[in-house]
Design a protein around this ligand. Structure first.
Ligand code: ASP
Length: 306
């Protein structure tokens, strides 16, 4: 049995190729790295890697993480600049007993020492968008809505369960701001005995619920990947609503050690790519909403049949 799931439409091509690799007997570790690198290298995806939208000061600062559910080890980089494939740096850090989470200059120096390719992640298009946003003072609050993380979870035929994330975070974020994506338990979590989970959306909210750990904890109690996603998203948004806030913009994915996938969202629609030994497809999760009460997600195949 093998399976893979990735967030957003932008992960579709990378996940499709990684899925083919898994079908040929490839390792989950390679599948996660390959799927995420494909998104990092594509300048058209403006919330991850090359072409990512800059922070307030005009720097593209990236966060990424890689976790091995069989060893519970993880590696992550945050607030790092000029690393062409942050997921490669995160993977290289995974396995270390100490110094596995590196920020800023330390992360960049590590990537250079590893011989990883460095690159200016800014593009003429991303810098034009940044200059334009700064010019339009009244656009600032909206600008924070421009963000997304590529999260990929994979299981291979040998039972390896791996989670990875990569993002450039919020457009116009404050210098030094870090979201959930490189934070274990919040943006990702993976324990090969119970399952893997990852989150995308406003990191400040996701961290308040330690959302990925919450999903895997529910799976540990015997809840399915799908139900665990729904319950965890519902619990966090319900609490936010109780506190007088809105439900937030939160989307999650999960993968069980037997290859079952799950996804849930507070957004009107959350596309994700998923595949297993029966096929591959692009899907969407939708919240079943009754006012702001998120009760369940429904899933629909957009393309293909996994
Ligand atoms: N979670 C990411 C962050 O807060 C952004 C996103 O996934 O939309 O940096």
């Amino acid at each position: 049995m093998y399976a893979i799931i990735g967030t957003w439409k932008m992960s579709c091509e990378g996940v499709r190729e990684a899925h083919a690799g898994l079908a040929r007997g490839g390792a989950a570790e390679d599948a996660v790295e390959q799927a995420i690198r494909a998104v990092e290298d594509e300048p058209g995806f403006t919330s991850v890697g090359y072409g990512g939208l800059p922070d307030h000061d005009g720097h593209v600062m990236v966060d990424a993480a890689f976790m091995n559910g069989n060893t519970l080890r993880f590696g992550a980089v945050m607030s790092a600049e000029n690393i062409r494939n942050p997921i490669r740096a995160a993977r290289a850090l995974c396995g270390r007993e100490t110094n596995c989470l590196l920020a800023g200059r330390g992360a960049e120096q590590f990537a250079i020492a590893q011989g990883l390719p460095m690159r200016d992640l800014r593009t003429p298009a991303s810098m034009m968008q940044w200059r334009e946003a700064l010019r339009q003072e009244n656009r600032k609050p909206d600008a924070y809505r421009e963000h997304d993380t590529v999260c990929v979870l994979a299981l291979d035929g040998r039972g390896s369960l791996i989670a990875g994330t990569s993002t450039s975070g919020l457009f116009l974020k404050a210098s030094g701001r870090v979201g959930d994506s490189p934070i274990v338990g919040s943006g990702f979590y993976c324990d090969a005995r119970y399952g893997a989970a990852a989150a995308t959306g406003l990191g400040e909210d996701i961290m308040r619920g330690c959302l990925s750990y919450d999903i895997v904890s529910r799976m540990r109690m015997g809840v399915s990947a799908q139900k665990a996603c729904e319950q965890a998203v519902k619990a966090l948004s319900a609490r936010k609503i109780e506190l007088g806030e809105d439900a937030g913009s939160i989307s999650v994915i999960a993968l069980s050690p037997t290859g079952e996938t799950g996804a849930a969202t507070t957004l009107p629609v959350f596309p994700f790519a998923a595949g297993n030994d029966r096929g591959f497809g692009l899907f969407a999760a939708y919240p079943a909403q009754d006012g702001m009460d998120i009760r369940a997600s429904s899933m629909q195949a957009l393309e293909g049949e996994p």
